[in-house]
Design a protein around this ligand. Structure first.
Ligand SMILES: Nc1ncnc2c1ncn2[C@@H]1O[C@H](COP(=O)(O)OP(=O)(O)O)[C@@H](O)[C@H]1O
Ligand SMILES: [Mg+2]
Length: 270
């Protein structure tokens, strides 16, 4: 049975519908996704793996409403992201989505506390409230003692912990993490990943994690491989970290690779 058949769409926390993305490239077109269908249930922790250049970051951008699909739709519950204005989408992201990148993108001259408080300051929350909330998050990620340190003075693992605090300070329901352990050594990556799973549970998140690390992917609820514009579910149990994932055994949706991705964004409820 396909993933789409098994998941009642009423259970869907996040859903893409026939997502297509193409970029002009030289004289032709680079088509990254063709009718890509993904359904993520509330509370799931999903890993996405795939070769460099397969479109993992572009997919996360579209799930966050940072980039628009060429065709198809992204639904967040019943909210169709494509129907939001740029301002509405920014407010929606600030409220609903925590985003973590491989390079944490902290402001190095600002303190850990100021960095963690940014999403709340951006929505004009009074400073004392924003800093109190940021301090709680820094405690939770084990950096309470580093709150007044400049971000640029922290280690790579500590900086990524601040990035998690910043991602979660505004209480989002969805965490999108793009290779959050990619620039860390193996043991730091492991402790940062353990923190991520603890935060996922404690904050009742739905999380999507892009990673090259199959050891970490294996510890998620399911692992999807992005290849040739499609997501395929892969079994990771028993796989060695350096093994290429085997062929798909369960599809996440349709796989109409013939699609020309020319449809416009489907209308739907906002
Ligand atoms: N705005 C853009 N214009 C043209 N090509 C792009 C753009 N964004 C991404 N790409 C191309 O799309 C492909 C996938 O990029 P990306 O999503 O960053 O892959 P991944 O994260 O899997 O390494 C790359 O070949 C990249 O050059
Ligand atoms: Mg990437």
């Amino acid at each position: 049975m396909t993933e789409v058949a098994r998941i009642d769409q009423g259970d869907a926390f996040l859903r893409t519908e026939d997502l297509c993305k193409a970029f002009p490239s030289g004289n032709g077109t680079l088509t990254l996704f063709r009718d890509l269908n993904l359904t993520v249930r509330r509370g799931e922790m999903v890993a996405i793996v795939g070769e460099s250049g397969s479109g993992k970051s572009t997919l996360l951008h579209m799930l966050a409403g940072l980039d628009r699909p060429s065709a198809g739709a992204v639904y967040f519950g019943s909210t169709l992201l494509g129907k939001l204005t740029a301002g509405q989408a920014a407010a929606f992201r600030n409220r609903e989505i925590g985003y973590v990148w491989q390079m944490h993108y902290l402001l190095p001259e600002f303190t850990a506390l100021e960095n963690a408080a940014m999403p709340l300051l951006a929505r004009n929350m009074p400073k004392n409230q924003a800093f109190a909330a940021a301090a709680r998050l820094l405690d939770e990620v084990g950096l309470g003692q580093r709150a007044s340190h400049r971000a640029g003075e922290l280690s790579g693992g500590e900086q990524q912990r601040v990035a998690f605090a910043r991602a979660l300070v505004a209480g989002p329901g969805l965490l999108l993490a793009d290779e959050p352990t990619g620039s860390l050594d193996a043991s730091t990556a492991d402790s940062v990943f353990r923190l991520l799973t603890q935060l996922h549970t404690a904050h009742q998140l739905t999380s999507i994690l892009v990673t090259h690390n199959l050891d970490l992917a294996r510890r998620c609820d399911r692992t999807l491989r992005l290849r040739d514009g499609q997501l395929q579910q892969i079994p990771v149990a028993g796989m060695q970290p350096d093994q290429t994932p085997p062929e798909s055994t369960a599809d996440t949706g349709t796989s109409n690779v013939q699609s020309s991705c020319v449809r416009v964004q489907a209308p739907g409820p906002a």
